[in-house]
Ligand binder design. Structure first.
Ligand code: PEP
Ligand code: MN
Length: 360
């Protein structure tokens, strides 16, 4: 797949003057629900209607999708609105049924992408099809595994491909349901600039108030589209209620998002600048996260020292750290002066933290 020239420009053929928008409910619930949402989205930027028919649930006992019956509802929505339709396929039987029912765009879910066996089976079932197939990242932050799934499809002569960034699982609780780890899609984009890259802010966020900012970051990073879970009554959705937004909210978001288009030289410059600034923002957030993590460890050390009645300042240990960091910094192109300054500040903040802990 190294030579991506053979990838077909299926997204260009959609002739959109805005990013691709895929909207629709997490799950198809009833015929009325699917058709109503399609009508609400029909005249917006949303070109493709999504709905999960077979739902992968983390634990049994939750709503697992309506099954093949729902494909008929999607088909009706397509006929009535002219929207394209998309659903998740997790095995060869799903692929066969979806294609039979005129599903235009297939996607492979995050829990399937982790398994080369499952992906291979799906890829064989898709052999030679022209429908775009979108591969969600695996739930674990592994770029090779993600690309491996794309390659399996490519090798089965599926050339209309795309990828969906839906974030990565963590054991630690964070403000996101799945952390974005933007560096991974950025690396993927650098390696395969022609592979359409779509953001799924819904499954990253897990809550609707984060959807807009995530979408803006993705557009600043030059993503090609968005897939957003959309329901007219989000709070009463049968799955993923907290993260769905109404069709009206999605339409408003598309108006409010700053969408950058390629035009003249100045605009090209502006776009590059925006992209680089978005990368800096991502790196700055990572810096803050890692500094905060470091201070929390420092607090733990402070507690341990306080228990043993040991002095906070341990000069020998500190000089060792500094010496090591200066050498490592040099290898990474960071000057000694900078390392000294930054570590002095970090050390001071650590001492402040430990003193606070010792006094409490
Ligand atoms: C979905 O899009 O409905 C879904 C189940 O997503 P993911 O595979 O990203 O969890
Ligand atoms: Mn969902």
């Amino acid at each position: 797949m190294e030579n991506k020239k053979e990838l077909r420009n299926w997204l260009d053929e959609y002739n959109l003057d805005h990013p691709l928008v895929i909207g629709g409910p997490c799950s198809a619930e009833t015929e009325e629900q699917v058709v109503k949402i399609a009508h609400q989205l029909k005249d917006s930027d949303a070109t493709v209607l999504r709905a999960g028919i077979w739902k992968p649930r983390t634990r049994p006992g939750n709503f697992e999708g309506v099954g093949a019956l729902g494909l008929k509802w999607l088909q009706r929505a397509k006929e009535e609105t002219g929207m394209k339709i998309a659903t998740e396929v997790a095995n060869p039987h799903h692929v066969e049924l979806a294609l039979e029912h005129g599903v235009d765009v297939l996607w492979i879910g995050a829990r399937s992408t982790v398994s080369p066996f499952i992906v291979q089976d799906i890829a064989e079932a898709c052999r030679g099809i022209d429908n775009p197939v979108l591969v969600k990242n695996p739930i674990n932050p592994d770029l090779s595994l993600w690309l491996g799934a794309v390659e399996r499809l490519y090798t089965c002569d599926v050339k209309n491909l795309g990828v969906i960034h839906r974030g990565f699982s963590t054991y630690e609780k964070t403000k996101y349901r799945n952390i974005p780890e933007w560096q991974i899609p950025i690396d993927l984009q650098n390696r395969f600039p022609d592979l359409p890259l779509i953001l799924d802010p819904s499954h990253i966020a897990g809550r609707r108030d984060l959807i807009f900012d995530l979408s803006q970051t993705a557009l600043d990073l030059n993503f090609d589209g968005l897939i957003v879970e959309t329901h007219y009554d989000p709070d009463n959705a049968w799955s993923d209620a907290a993260q769905q937004i109404t069709p009206d909210t999605l339409i408003q978001h598309m108006k409010d998002l700053k969408i950058r288009k390629e035009v003249g030289v100045d605009e090209a410059y502006q776009r590059t600048l925006n992209e680089l600034r978005a990368k800096i923002d991502v790196a700055d957030n990572q810096l803050l996260d890692i500094l905060s993590k470091r201070m929390k460890i420092s607090d733990e050390i402070g507690k341990a020292k306080a228990k043993q009645n040991v002095a906070i300042l341990q000069s020998k240990r500190w000089n060792e750290i500094l010496g090591k960091m200066i050498l490592e910094g040099e290898e990474k192109g960071l000057s000694e002066e900078f390392i000294l300054r930054i570590y002095k500040a970090i050390h001071q903040e650590s001492i402040n933290h430990q003193e606070k802990v010792a006094r409490s």
